[in-house]
Write a protein that binds this ligand. Sequence first.
Ligand code: ADP
Ligand code: MG
Length: 727
Amino acid sequence: MERFLTTGIKDKATKELYYILVVDATPTISILQNPIGYLQGITAQRSELLRSELNIVSFKDLLEHFPYRHIDRTKVDKISSIHPNQEYAYVAGKLLQLEIAGTGRSRRLIGLLKDDSGVLELVWFQGIAWVQKAIHAGHQYLVFGRPGFFMGKPQIAHPDIENFTQQQASGKQSLEPVYPSTEKLKARGLTGANLAKYTKELLQKLSEKEIPENIPDDIIQQYKLISRFDAYQQIHFPVSEKLYQQALRRLKFEELFYGQLRMQLIKMRRHRFSKGFTFSTVGNMFNEFYNHHLPFTLTNAQKKGIREIRQDTASGRQMNRLLQGDVGSGKTMVAFMGMLLAADNDFQSVMMAPTEVLASQHFESIRTYITHLPLQIALLTGSTPAKERKKILAACADGSIHILIGTHAVIEKKVIFKNLGFAVVDEQHKFGVAQRAMLWAKNEIPPHVLVMTATPIPRTLALTAYGDLDYSVMDELPPGRKPITTLHRNEAARPQVMDFVRTEISKGRQAYFIYPLIEESSKLDYENLYKGYEEVKAFFPEPKYWISMVHGKQSSVQKDVNMKRFITGDTQIMVSTTVIEVGVNVPNASVMVIESAEKFGLSQLHQLRGRVGRSSDQSYCILLTGRKLGNDAYERMKIMVATGNGFEIAEKDLEMRGPGEIEGTRQSGAVQFKLASLVNDKAALEAARASVENILSTDPELENPGHIMIKMYLQQQKAKTKWSKVG
Ligand code: ADP
Ligand code: MG
């Protein structure tokens, strides 16, 4: 029957669709959705364990629980050859004895395994009763695990262990998978070997129909990918190392391809369906400011950013743009020009900043920008007095305030706008997704949204985490800036550092001393800060020198007073925690001393350093650390000294910490790949992105016969998500 129905259809994909739609009318119910309990040997108890420990519920989950390596069963290690740097050892031998040692918390089970070269100690701290039942002295076993050395002797804790059979000794080459597992699973007798057995059984049940191709043929050809079905077989039980690599390559590509596809589909839909205000005119405000009051010549990057905002806001759809620029690239001006466009079209604007210090600074600079324009501006933060706050809220609601600047106080429910058309989120990585979304909800038609970040994001990460946003990159600093000289010094050089700061101050410049704040509430951190303050004061005594101190525990009035004294030059030195980190702009400051610099991450160091180098004079950043540094910390200092380019630093940060740790993307599921890595698979990501763009530009609805498999696959994935939400 199947044959009959599909004869005459030449195209393979159409045939497939026809088969699924007509022959098998329930395409989303696949054998892959079966619970793993359907496999032989998986009891209810084991099902539950697999779910709670590894999140494996269905056949599909098991299939996608990939091995992290394979071992060659024909190559066992000699016990005498095991060395400390060996990641895994695989040993065959006879179990000489198996005995309990120690009592209470140090109670453990110790086995001695002997081969013809030596003796290996095996240790279990948990699941002792189970191990005692499963293995016995006098028998031959195969043992696998990460070797450690205890008093110079090799030892494996919680090894994978199995019976030694003649077949395994026969020398037949086979690569066996090793799966990620947990101590608890091992303790309950569910070993990697068990997982391999279940997976093998599952693969035998599956035919090509259950693992259909989901990448179009021309792309398969272009990148020489093996088929999806083969890839799943070979990634678990490869026939050769080469085939394993091909399987890995294929599945990584698939992962990246579908990641990009989802992002670009979301973006495309938003472009097509989102309704936004149309800023049809460039009017008096914009032109007057642009032609007569610009305080400096715009950089090309700034002009480009403004042009992009202009195009987006005139398009009739809602703008959702990420403005990425290195510290000091002049993003504020770009945002402000957007606000002028809004005002020209009778819309209000709002700008949200993560700290009060920053919000009031934006307020001050924008207030000076609009001196000659008929615009009203207000500052709203958590510490705005109730009376003033009431006035501001009323003026926002009746439309007499054109630009509102503030902290997250501006997204509170009580803040109502008459006609909000343009919303700016500064330093967006400091806010959560939900907070940004609240800005949208301020109007029936959402305002245009510009999010800005000065933590450059590596391109791979931007593509995956923010692929659904439009984004502008500002890769140019205002002219005349000298690169900041960065030095790494240790504690012992403190007197020289202080002398240096003194020389700079004598030239009329100002300096920052920054102390790490690990936890906002930690008492110890503040003690360190106050100690640091006293220390700095000892070197720079009043009345010749004056010092401002700012930290998170101060009231905003205190913060403000101290900040202002520094901005106006009344104080020459600012001692602070990282509240200064984002955005603050005091061009006359030329020295940034970062205390205990080893305690900061790369992007934070870069942010802090960005507080200086804001004028045409030479600026300095001094990284003070302890004498002894760990490898990672040393590497960070080296990178900071070597480059001032935020994008380069972001790449290094990604390499050193992995994508999950980069600020602002932590919660984003988009960067959690099973196989692909944003550090190592850049080329594959670019290829996947290009393929997706190609497909969507010619076939946005995925209706070409050759693309229907994509649609089917997306639908299937969707069905699965819904399912798991219900469960
Ligand atoms: P960021 O991009 O880090 O937010 P800011 O907007 O705070 O940077 O700008 C940093 C400093 O550079 C400010 O003092 C600002 O006035 C100045 N600036 C911005 N654009 C230019 C320009 N085109 N030419 C000269 N100075 C500029
Ligand atoms: Mg800024």
